[in-house]
Ligand binder design. Structure first.
Ligand SMILES: [Fe+2]
Ligand SMILES: [Fe+2]
Length: 255
């Protein structure tokens, strides 16, 4: 999947830039997203070191690195942050990440932390440019202890990081989830094992249900739209996962 426009209206576009993780046959494929509003752009979860050149190539079709006004990191994983030191050299953009991960990021080869903004636990509003406002929404313990989502009210897209992430077979290249029941086998195992607890899932579902969400865009796999958004939220709200399923040291209930 490359360069798929999820939303376009006037001067505002929300795009799935690229889905890839080359070089590692078993490495998980990841999505990178770009929001463009007039002359300003925001990059969401730019990806690992290996995907950086391709993400940049796709981005250049829409905007230049000098137009990037912010880079958002949903959490601290290498499939998100691995390429960040190169992005820091290419752009002047500030980087937003949960404040609890700030002290760990220098280990990604980052020399100075002055361009990083620690997002507080309760999230924050983020004004990018006139008429371009994003909301950083808390999603803690799903799966990361410090996880943020990005809500774009203009497009009604909620970027959810690993929430909703699918492990798709390599020959599957669908961009959208329309039939949630058919999609469930690709997300169930991941969510049961990686998401920390039902309590976190439930709190998150109840919070994001206050937002007007047309599209739910995860960091891996296809993008949820229409009824599939509602179906995913209803399923996730009831999901037993992580510590809910622990029966002993190294053992988990099947569900
Ligand atoms: Fe992750
Ligand atoms: Fe991920």
């Amino acid at each position: 999947m490359r360069n798929i426009t999820l939303f376009k209206s006037g001067n505002h576009r929300f795009m799935l830039l690229n889905e890839s993780e080359p070089g590692e046959e078993d490495g998980i494929r990841s999505n990178q997203y770009l929001i463009v509003h007039d002359d300003s752009a925001v990059l969401l979860d730019p990806g690992g070191f290996g995907v950086m050149p391709r993400v940049l190539a796709e981005m250049l079709r829409h905007t230049g690195p000098d137009k990037l006004k912010a880079i958002m990191l949903s959490h601290q994983d290498p499939d998100i942050v691995g390429g960040i030191s190169t992005w820091l050299e290419l752009t002047q953009a500030p980087v937003y990440v949960s404040r609890i991960w700030m002290r760990f990021l220098p280990h990604y080869g980052i020399k100075a932390m002055d361009r990083f903004h620690g997002v507080p636990d309760e999230g924050m509003a983020c004004s990018i440019s006139p008429g371009f406002d994003l909301q950083l929404v808390p999603a803690h313990f799903l799966h990361s202890e410090g996880q943020i989502n990005v809500y774009d009210p203009a497009s009604k897209v909620l970027f959810t990081g690993d929430i909703g992430a699918a492990m798709m077979p390599t020959d599957e290249d669908e961009a959208f989830v329309d039939d949630f029941a058919a999609h469930l086998p690709y997300i169930e195992g991941f969510h049961r094992r990686y998401m920390v607890a039902n309590r976190a899932a439930r709190i998150w579902v109840d919070a994001v249900s206050e937002l007007d969400v047309a599209i739910l865009a995860p960091q891996h796999g296809p993008v949820y739209r229409g009824q599939a958004v509602k179906d995913f939220l209803a399923w996730f709200r009831e999901l037993e996962c992580g510590v809910d399923l622990m029966t002993g040291s190294g053992t988990f209930r099947k569900g």
